[in-house]
Design a protein around this ligand. Structure first.
Ligand code: 5AD
Ligand code: SF4
Length: 472
């Protein structure tokens, strides 16, 4: 993927230079050049946090490299949503165990960021004493300070507070995607789903002021981004802390009206905070993509209650009807957890029947994974692993059939796609529809990356469509 550096206009304005001084760093002097490598695990929020962290590092004079071998500073931005994700990090860290490197200090500094950092805290130093920095996402504003301390030769630095009421905004965000810009509008989470580590690892909910969001959107449009993806764990719970008090749907409309912006997406929505105003906004503004990601997690009210999801099966289905009543078709995707403690075969049947009723356009599904310090971790009636796996397979197979059927109905229709990639064959391209479907298509033209084209659907599978450029 092509890389681009986005420098906000504010960084180029007079006065901004004062914050740009790059202190001569002992780490850099010792090691002949400041290079960093960052690998990201987990969700788009993490992906985007890494872009911002990279911006902080670039601002301090570091240069990004493509492999940990070349880097002086190696950062892992970690995910702990499920146990497997968290384990991955420790296997990465194991690669730097000095014992395996014949006791030589490679001069590298290793940093652990994100949710595992927040959750494990200083215990990371016990498990991997060669780590130098541990910092959770709610403390990223302190990163420049922590880096300065590392550069000055401190061996271990931490940023682990979650009581901050600030959001992480940087003067320089090093964005990885050439056309789509991620932008966090709300950080943390105030919901208390019984299975979820996010409220612990990302701290309390805090929204970013609407004028600051809109200023950045304008800057992004000016440097050529055409798609904006607004991010938040519960993005639609957005509450403007400024005097303007924009609602989430008003903010959506304002972002969509920014000249140069052609597509606006938002992820992830919580069912409880999805009101008709959001659907009306999508109906009113073609730039707002016709897609809502609305995790349901389970189809049985009994399980939803145990999960503390704050809605019933019926209330969720009511939200689905609200979205389906829109004037233009809006695709709906969701998340499921199977095998939550106490989930019976009958509860699972209700999940399957909800699948049939809701007719999702896509679904991510996971086996329940107990997480430390969550209410669900202490619940009795664990579902056996083999049963969880079997339920997962049944659910995925059923959903696959639904998607296939829904996608088949799109044959013959023409959609606008944003071209995101080329395949090895020169005439093959891949793009996304506004409804977030992947559409692989042929066109005899070249240089289509980043273009918006009209494509006719000629074939459909469960996970993607095929088509050809519409020449009419
Ligand atoms: N076990 C399994 N899946 C989980 N998710 C969140 N916490 C857990 C857990 N403990 C899933 C939910 C959420 C998605 C991002 O990850 O479905 O929507
Ligand atoms: Fe986790 Fe629930 Fe918050 Fe989503 S809404 S981040 S699942 S606690």
């Amino acid at each position: 993927m092509a890389e681009s550096i986005h420098v906000p206009l504010s960084a180029l304005l007079p006065g901004a230079g004062a914050r740009e001084t790059l202190p001569a760093s002992s780490l850099g002097e010792l090691q002949g050049g400041l290079t960093f490598y960052i690998e990201t695990f987990g969700c788009q929020m993490n992906e985007h946090d890494s872009e911002k962290v990279a911006g902080v590092l670039v601002r301090r004079g570091y240069r990004q490299v493509a492999s940990p071998d070349e880097a002086r500073l190696v950062f892992y931005n970690t995910c702990s949503i499920r146990e497997k994700a968290a384990q991955k990090v420790f296997s990465r860290l194991g690669e730097f165990n000095p014992k395996n490197n014949f006791g030589r200090d490679s001069g590298k500094r290793i940093g652990v960021l994100g949710c595992v950092a927040q959750q494990e805290g200083e215990q990371i130093f016990e498990r991997a004493p060669w780590v130098s920095l541990v910092c959770g996402s709610a403390s990223y504003r302190k990163l420049p300070l922590l880096l300065a301390r590392l550069e000055a030769g401190e061996r271990r630095v931490t940023g682990l507070e979650t009581d901050t009421d600030e959001t992480f905004e940087t003067e320089l965000t090093r964005r990885d995607h050439p056309f789509r810009a991620y932008l966090t509008i709300i950080e943390g989470c105030d919901k208390a789903c019984a299975y979820c580590v996010v409220p612990q690892t990302r701290g309390p909910e805090r929204s970013r002021a609407s004028d600051s969001v809109l200023r950045e959107v304008q800057e992004l449009a000016e440097v050529g981004y055409t798609e904006i993806q607004l991010l938040g764990q519960t993005v639609n719970s957005y509450r403007d802390p400024s005097n303007r008090h924009l609602t989430f749907s008003e903010l959506l409309l304002a972002v969509a009206e920014t000249p140069g912006i052609r597509r606006v997406r938002f992820m992830t929505s919580h069912p409880r905070d999805l009101g008709s105003d959001i659907v009306e906004a999508i109906d009113a503004s073609p730039a707002l993509c016709d897609h809502v990601h609305l995790p349901v997690q389970a189809g049985s009210t009994r399980v939803l209650r145990a999960m503390q999801r704050t809605y019933t099966r019926e209330e969720y289905l009511e939200k689905i009807s609200l979205i389906r009543r829109a004037r233009r078709p809006i695709s709906i995707t969701t998340d499921f957890i199977v095998g939550f403690p106490g989930e019976t075969e009958r509860d699972f049947e209700e999940t399957l029947s909800l699948l049939d009723l809701a007719q999702f356009d896509g679904a991510f599904s996971f086996q329940y994974s107990p997480r430390p310090h969550t209410p669900a971790a202490a619940m009795a009636e664990a579902v056996p692993e083999s049963e969880k796996l079997q339920r997962l397979q049944v659910l995925q197979e059923r959903q696959r059939a639904i998607q296939w059927q829904r996608n088949q109905r799109l044959r013959g229709q023409v959609f606008e796609v944003l071209v995101e990639g080329a395949s090895r064959r020169e005439t093959q391209w891949t793009g996304r529809t506004s409804s977030n479907r992947v559409l692989n298509f042929t066109s005899s033209r070249t240089d289509l990356l980043g273009e918006y084209l009209r494509v006719r659907v000629t074939g459909a599978g469960p996970n993607s469509l095929t088509g050809e450029e519409n020449s009419e």
